[in-house]
Design a protein around this ligand. Structure first.
Ligand code: FAD
Length: 277
């Protein structure tokens, strides 16, 4: 069982719990991006099993008519084994999701996976006619070129600051440099992307900038935040734009929970308070 402490960030161990969480967020006007936890699978078995799990999940989302989609990690679908396996498993998920109108996001992992992830996105964005989205990391120096490549494709891009730690030769490392890159790339997306922009950030400054760029260019946008982070703001923002919450679930919750606690002092204090009370 997931302790209450971790339950703030994780929607449960089972798909049933995650779908119940989705129902509750939908009642608040928030869409849910479901991710079955698990990554870096080094053999075919768990990668194939993850694809099967997502096939079942998109069926349940469609049957329950929930405002939900899925987000997969390339190394969860087999990229650490081979690019072929990743594409085969992604093909299974997309082939199941597209006819049911369930959108499929592809998370972006560390910089060694960017090319393979974008190649797969390009293929499936075309084949599903825009039923797939991909995440790009503003801290990578290559991202402006990647945005140019993706601007002409169907599908949606989620812009995040970047959760990994790439070497300085290929990435902005200072917080202010990452923020500047994010602002610049967001403006480019509002100017050049027809299918809308997904703002994957909790940063009030970036969310306000997106609202101003929407006024300026008329491009549609949505805000995406993680479950358990600025929950109040997520509810309040539904008055301004579509809001989607990224909600992970599954048995492999411990590492994800540690990441959330480690990344921010407030989260660590929350964990400490909960432990003491
Ligand atoms: P930060 O620079 O961390 O913080 C800026 C400001 O936001 C803070 O000053 C504060 O005002 C507010 N804020 C941030 N966190 C909190 C908090 N816990 N509580 C209260 N206020 C807070 N990264 C990847 O590399 N690949 C992915 O596929 C990926 N997918 C993501 C999907 C979603 C939906 C989201 C939201 C993030 C994703 N990330 C991904 C993580 C991302 O790269 C960042 O590491 C993470 O979002 C932190 O950056 P930030 O933009 O939220 O702002």
């Amino acid at each position: 069982m997931i302790p209450p402490l971790a339950r703030r960030f994780v929607a449960g161990e089972t798909a049933a719990e995650a779908l119940e969480h989705t129902r509750q967020r939908n009642e608040e006007g928030i869409g849910v991006i479901l991710n079955r936890l698990g990554e870096h699978y080094e053999t075919r078995g768990p990668a194939d099993a993850a694809a099967t799990t997502y096939e079942g999940l998109v069926e349940e989302i469609a049957a329950a008519d929930l405002r939900a989609c899925v987000s997969v990690k390339p190394s969860q679908l087999g990229l650490s084994v081979s690019e072929d396996l990743f594409e085969q498993n992604l093909e299974r998920v997309v082939a199941h999701a597209a006819p049911r109108d369930v959108f499929v996001w592809i998370d972006m992992e560390d910089h060694t996976t960017t090319d393979a992830t974008l190649d797969a996105f390009e293929r499936f964005a075309r084949e599903s006619d825009g039923g797939v989205g991909v995440c790009l990391q503003a801290n990578l120096k290559r991202t402006p070129d990647d945005l140019e490549r993706l601007a002409a494709l169907p599908g949606t891009v989620r812009l995040v600051k970047g959760a990994y730690d790439p070497p300085p030769s290929i990435a902005h490392r200072e917080k202010e440099a990452v923020n500047a890159a994010y602002r610049e790339q967001l403006r480019y997306m509002f100017r050049e992307f027809d299918d809308g922009v997904a703002v994957g950030s909790h940063d009030p400054e970036m969310i306000e900038l997106a609202a101003r760029l929407h006024e300026e260019y008329g491009t549609g946008y949505e805000v995406q935040m993680l479950m358990g982070v600025r929950d109040e703001a997520q509810r309040a923002l539904t008055d301004d734009c579509p809001v989607w919450q990224y909600a992970p679930y599954g048995g492999e919750w411990l590492a994800y929970f540690y990441r959330r606690v480690a990344e921010r002092k407030e989260n660590a204090l929350f964990a400490l308070r909960a432990l003491l009370s």
